[in-house]
Design a protein around this ligand. Structure first.
Ligand code: WTA
Length: 675
C-alpha cells in the first residue's frame, strides 16, 4: 500500500464492514428523471466526450457550440467551444414563458414570526435586472471584472450572483461566516474593486452586525494593495439600516435607497463565450493560501444542470431544499445554478437548523412541502442527537434525500433513512469537491441500489479509478485503499486556479501525468486528493483526505492555514494541526505549538493564538484545544511528525517512535494530553 493510501486509511475513522443494499421505492423510480438502465451504456469511456453533448442540450444557447471538447491547451480543457450563453438567462428568462408565476426561491427568515418570502421567477427576473442595472451604472464594471460578495443566507445573495452573471462579471462569493481577514485575502487575490454585502442577519436568535466586518475587510484589502472602490450594502429590513457601522461617504451605497432609481430597468444578458469564467470559489489546499477555483460558464452550467436532474431528480414541481450555505460550492451548484436552471423551487433558510428548537427544519419542510432534502452528515448527526423524536411529529414526505461533504457512517445513514426519510425516500451520497463543480460519485437514484456508507460508482460520464503509488490502477474488489482519480475530463471541472496555471497543473495532475506535453486526455488523470476503496460492485467508499486538508462539519480547512495563523503570534516558534475524531462534526482541529526560546507558556499566549485563528480565518477554524508543548516530535531531518501528534490526540497507537530525533518528547506530550 502506498504511503499516502496508508495515511488515508489511518486517518479515516470510518472503516466499516460491507453493508446490505437498499432499493429505491417503485413510486420513486416511476417518476425519476433517469430510470432507464439502457441509457447508462451511452456513458462508457469509449463514448467520451460525445456523451456530454446531451448535458449542453439542457441549456439554452445564443449561439450553438461547435465542439464538445477541446484539448488543445491540455490539461486546461475547454467545453462546448464556439457556443455563447448566459447563466442568468438560463436560470431565469428562459422559464418566463411557462413558469413566470411559480416560486423560484422560498426565503425562510430565521425568526419564526417573520413570513416566508416566495419569490416567483417573474419577481426574480425583476429583482436581478434592477440590481444588475444598479451594479453596472454605479460600479462601472465591464465583462470579466471580478466582484466579491460577502453575504449570509438571504435571497439577495443569489440575486447578486445572478446579476453578476447577467453582466458577464465574475463573482467570488465569500462564505458569510468568514472573518474580515479571510474576506480581504479573497478580495486581494481576485482583484475585486467592488464588494457586495448586507448590514445584518439573524443567527441563533441574534441580529449579527455584518457590515462592520466588511469595513475592516476593506481596510485590510487596501493595506494588501486592493482598494474596494464601491461597497454595495443590502438591508436585512427594507428601509431600515441595521448596522452600527454607517455607510462610508464616497464608497458605500445603500442598495435599497439606490434601487428606487432603477425601477423597471432591464438589462440585456451578456452573450458569454462558453469558456468565459462564471465565478471563483476559494478553497483550502496543501499550501498556505486558499486557491481560487475558476469555473467556466458553458461547461459548469451544463454539468450542474444535468446533475440536478439525474442525481437530485429535481422536476419543476418539486420543492427542493439544500441546507448548505451558498458561500460554499454546494450552494453555488445545488442551491442556485442547477435547481434554477431546471426551473425548480429552491429554499434558502437564513439561520441555524436547531433554532429555536430541533423541530425547526421539519416545520420548514412541512410548511413548504419540501420533496427533496439535501444536507450534510454532520447536520444529520446533530439532529439525531438533539432531537431524535422530532421528525415523527411533522407531516413532511421526502421523495429523495442527498448527503454531501463527508463520509456518512452506516448507522447514521440508516437512522436518516428510517426517521427522516420515513422509510420511503431514496438517498444519494454525493461525493465531489469545490474543484469538480458537480458530483463525481453517487448512485443514480431511480436505477441503482443504495449502500450505506458508500458514495456509489462514478455518476454517468465520470470514470473514477483507484491509483496506487506507482500509478497502477487497482481493480474493483482489490480491498486496498489508494488515491481516487478521475480518468476522463468532465465539463464541471474547474478551468484552472485563478492566476496560477502551474499550481493547477501541479496540484491535480502533477503526480500521475508522465507526459507534460501530451494533448491526449488519457494522459491526464485528475487526482482528487482523497483516499478510497472500490468494492467488487464498483462502489467507492471514500476514506478521507490524503493531504493537509481536514474536514470539519463537512467544511474544508487547510491545516497550513491554521498553522500560519498561529505563527502570526510572535511568541510561537512552530505549529502543527491534527484532526481529532468528533461525534457530530466528523473531526475537529487540535493545535500543537512550541514557543520561541526564553518564552514561557501561559494562558495569555494560548488566547492570543486562538484569537489569531478566528481573526485570520473565522470561527469555523476554532481549535478544540491548543497544546503548548516543549518541543514537537521530529524526524532526524527536522520534519514535524503530525502523524504521531494525531495519534496522541486521538488516543491511538503512536507506533514506532524510536527513529525520531527526540523520542522522549512523545511520552511527555502524551502525559500532558491524557491529564
Ligand atoms: C470530502 C464539497 C465522503 C472529500 C462538495 C472531498 C466527501 C472534500 C463526500 C471536498 C462524500 C465530499 N463522502 N467524503 N459524499 N463529499 N467529501 O471542496 O474529502 O468543500 O475531497 O466540496 O470533502 O470538500 P469541498
Amino acid at each position: 500500500m502506498s504511503k499516502e493510501a496508508e495515511g488515508a486509511d489511518n486517518q479515516s475513522a470510518t472503516r466499516w464492514k460491507e453493508e446490505e443494499y437498499f432499493y429505491p421505492a417503485k413510486e420513486f423510480t416511476a417518476q425519476a428523471n433517469l430510470n432507464d438502465q439502457a441509457v447508462l451504456a451511452g456513458f462508457s469511456l469509449e463514448k467520451f466526450p460525445d456523451y456530454y453533448a446531451g448535458f449542453a442540450d439542457m441549456l439554452t444557447w445564443y449561439k450553438p457550440w461547435q465542439k464538445v471538447f477541446d484539448a488543445s491547451d491540455a490539461p486546461l480543457w475547454k467545453w462546448f467551444t464556439g457556443g455563447e450563453l448566459n447563466a442568468s438567462f438560463n436560470c431565469i428568462d428562459r422559464h418566463l414563458p411557462h413558469l413566470a408565476n411559480k416560486t423560484a426561491i422560498h426565503f425562510a427568515p430565521e425568526p419564526e414570526g417573520e413570513k416566508i418570502e416566495h419569490i416567483t421567477y417573474q419577481e426574480l427576473f425583476v429583482k436581478v435586472n434592477e440590481f444588475a442595472a444598479l451594479l453596472r451604472d454605479t460600479a462601472k464594471l465591464k465583462r470579466g471584472d471580478r466582484v466579491a460578495i460577502h453575504m449570509p443566507m438571504v435571497a439577495e445573495l443569489p440575486i447578486a450572483m445572478l446579476a453578476c452573471a447577467r453582466l458577464g462579471l465574475i463573482h467570488t462569493v465569500v462564505f458569510g461566516g468568514f472573518s474580515s481577514s479571510a474576506c480581504a485575502d479573497r478580495v486581494i487575490d481576485s482583484g475585486s474593486r467592488v464588494l457586495i454585502t448586507i448590514d445584518a442577519y439573524y443567527r441563533s436568535g441574534k441580529l449579527i452586525d455584518h457590515k462592520v466586518i466588511d469595513d475592516e475587510a476593506c481596510q485590510l484589502a487596501a493595506a494588501g494593495g486592493q482598494k474596494v472602490e464601491t461597497m454595495l450594502v443590502w438591508q436585512r429590513f427594507a428601509g431600515k439600516y441595521s448596522s452600527a457601522a454607517p455607510p462610508v461617504a464616497g464608497r458605500d451605497i445603500v442598495v435599497g435607497d439606490e434601487l428606487k432609481k432603477y425601477y423597471g430597468a432591464r438589462v440585456e444578458p451578456e452573450k458569454m463565450r462558453s469558456e468565459d469564467p462564471l465565478f471563483l470559489m476559494y478553497t483550502s489546499g496543501t499550501t498556505g493560501k486558499p486557491k481560487g477555483c475558476q469555473h467556466g460558464t458553458g461547461g459548469y452550467m451544463a454539468y450542474v444542470t444535468a446533475m440536478s436532474g439525474m442525481i437530485l431528480d429535481i422536476h419543476p414541481e418539486d420543492c427542493y431544499w439544500c441546507t448548505a450555505d451558498i458561500g460554499w460550492i454546494t450552494g453555488h451548484s445545488f442551491i442556485v445554478y442547477g435547481p434554477l436552471a431546471l426551473g425548480g423551487s429552491t429554499v434558502i433558510y437564513e439561520g441555524v437548523p436547531t433554532y429555536p428548537d430541533a423541530g425547526r427544519n421539519w416545520r420548514i419542510a412541512q410548511d413548504l412541502g419540501v420533496t427533496i432534502f439535501h444536507t450534510a452528515p454532520t447536520a444529520i448527526r446533530s439532529l439525531r442527537k438533539v432531537g431524535p423524536d422530532e421528525p415523527k411529529k411533522y407531516q413532511f414526505k421526502f421523495k429523495l434525500m442527498a448527503t454531501v461533504g463527508e463520509p456518512i457512517e452506516p448507522e447514521v445513514w440508516r437512522w436518516f433513512e428510517r426517521e427522516i426519510g420515513k422509510g420511503q425516500a431514496v438517498i444519494v451520497d454525493t461525493y465531489w469537491q469545490t474543484e469538480t463543480g458537480g458530483f463525481l460519485c453517487s448512485t443514480v437514484p431511480g436505477i441503482a441500489p443504495m449502500k450505506p456508507g458508500s458514495a456509489g460508482p462514478g455518476v454517468p460520464g465520470i470514470h473514477p479509478a483507484i491509483f496506487d503509488e506507482e500509478g497502477n490502477v487497482l481493480p474493483p474488489g482489490a480491498e486496498k485503499a489508494g488515491n481516487i482519480c478521475i480518468r476522463n475530463p468532465w465539463p464541471g471541472c474547474m478551468q484552472t486556479v485563478w492566476g496560477d496555471r502551474d499550481r493547477f497543473v501541479a496540484n491535480y495532475f502533477g503526480r500521475y501525468n508522465t507526459k507534460r506535453d501530451s494533448k491526449d486526455w488519457r494522459d491526464w488523470p485528475y487526482m482528487t486528493g482523497d483516499g478510497a476503496i472500490q468494492t467488487a460492485d464498483g462502489y467507492f467508499r471514500i476514506l478521507g483526505r490524503i493531504d493537509d486538508v481536514i474536514n470539519v462539519s463537512g467544511h474544508r480547512l487547510g491545516t497550513k492555514e491554521i498553522e500560519s495563523a498561529a505563527m502570526m503570534v510572535p511568541e510561537i516558534a512552530e505549529a502543527a494541526v491534527v484532526a481529532v475524531a468528533h461525534e457530530i462534526k466528523g473531526s475537529e482541529p487540535e493545535l500543537y505549538v512550541s514557543l520561541k526560546p526564553g518564552v514561557s507558556p501561559s494562558p495569555e499566549i494560548e488566547k492570543k493564538v486562538a484569537d489569531a485563528i478566528v481573526f485570520q480565518i473565522g470561527k469555523i477554524a476554532k481549535c478544540r484545544k491548543i497544546w503548548i508543548v516543549p518541543d514537537m516530535p521530529k524526524t532526524r531531518s527536522g520534519k514535524i511528525m503530525r502523524r504521531v501528534l494525531g495519534a496522541i490526540s486521538n488516543k491511538g497507537d503512536v507506533g514506532n517512535t524510536s527513529t525520531l530525533a527526540n523520542p522522549e518528547i512523545v511520552t511527555e506530550i502524551q502525559n500532558m494530553v491524557s491529564k
